[in-house]
Design a protein around this ligand. Sequence first.
Ligand code: NAD
Length: 394
Amino acid sequence: MLIGIPREASGGETRVALLPDAVARLLKLPGIQIQVEKGLGENVHAPDSAYEKAGAKLVDRSKVLGASDLILRIRKPEPAEIGKIRKGAIHLSFLDPYRDPVTAPKLAAAGVSAISLEMIPRTTRAQRMDVLSSQANLAGYVAVLLASRELIRVFPMMMTPAGTLPPARVLIIGAGVAGLQAIATARRLGARVEAFDTRPVVKEQVMSLGAKFVEIDLGETGQTSGGYAKALTEEQLAKQRAGLSAVIAACDVVITTAQVFGRPAPRIVTKEMVAGMKAGSVVVDLAVDSGGNVEGSVPGKTVEVGGVRLVGTLNLPGLVAAHASLMLSGNFTAFVEEFWDKDAKAFKWNLEDDILKGCVITHGGEVIHEGVKKALAESPAAKSAPKPAAKKKK
Ligand code: NAD
């Protein structure tokens, strides 16, 4: 099998799917060959010569797309590029299949088997392939550094002959993978940290990192069997906002990471709550790309509202691209190793396997993922599409 890695062409992506060390590791599998697009590792200072030394062949983009049996990349393909991918190839990347009604059907029509990175189940067996965790962890770290850059105060308490500086007060909303790393990072910088999450199980984790858990009685919340938060009712969200208002008003930094899988991010911080913050405070919205936790935050921009800076920087792991690429390389390598049949020297297409069942979106010319099929049928584009004319009876 020929694995191909194209350069990331869209969205200013700085990360790289596979670093040279990972190339060398995958080439130890019997029957694997690797080709990479020239210049693949430029952003992270991994030169072409390092890929060649690891055993990869350097080729141009059309060869990577048109001749590979398995394409590994971070971003989904642009629609115009899908026709250039070889029919029958496997394509592994982020796909956003619930929010993007175009790419998956096009990949299916092109005969490409598309696997969605974000849909790999969050099970113990799949932990090594879990790109959401590996990247969220870095995003949480970077969010705190961005906040510290925007804040015109310091994080730690400083007692000096010239005066005493109090520690920054930081609130983290959503204590999943990104939130827990944000708590740990802000604590390391010396801030006084509080956190809130709707899943009661995280209270202990928050406290073990030296942060205070903000108690708000929302009634029944809980989590799904996969460990994800359940969506709150409008009434619960209103209670949450009321409970967080006073804490937010007293904070110097708020970092929001709240997500509900497969849905737009919950709107937690309203413009009234932002108006209630002290001038000079900073809010970092990690959910800005999926609808935003913060009213007024803008994807890809830092805006100032009433003296409060709202940071909407996208692709936070991309700001630490070398380490983000190292982790992604580990995730991609683990995926290929898991599904490579060393005896048959072929990809193990067992669609009953719980991991593949969760993340294979298109196969055999069709969208086969049940959840995505349903979402596509319900998408506005599908509803407004002209219905096929009924066949006339002869
Ligand atoms: P996520 O990105 O989906 O959400 C981030 C956080 O936001 C979650 O902690 C969620 O509870 C929280 N949230 C949702 N709505 C909220 C609201 N209204 N207010 C405050 N917080 C809200 O989640 P994630 O970080 O990717 O993962 C969440 C959990 O999934 C992990 O903590 C873990 O329990 C589980 N997980 C398990 C595995 C595994 O078993 N291999 C791997 C990864 C994650």
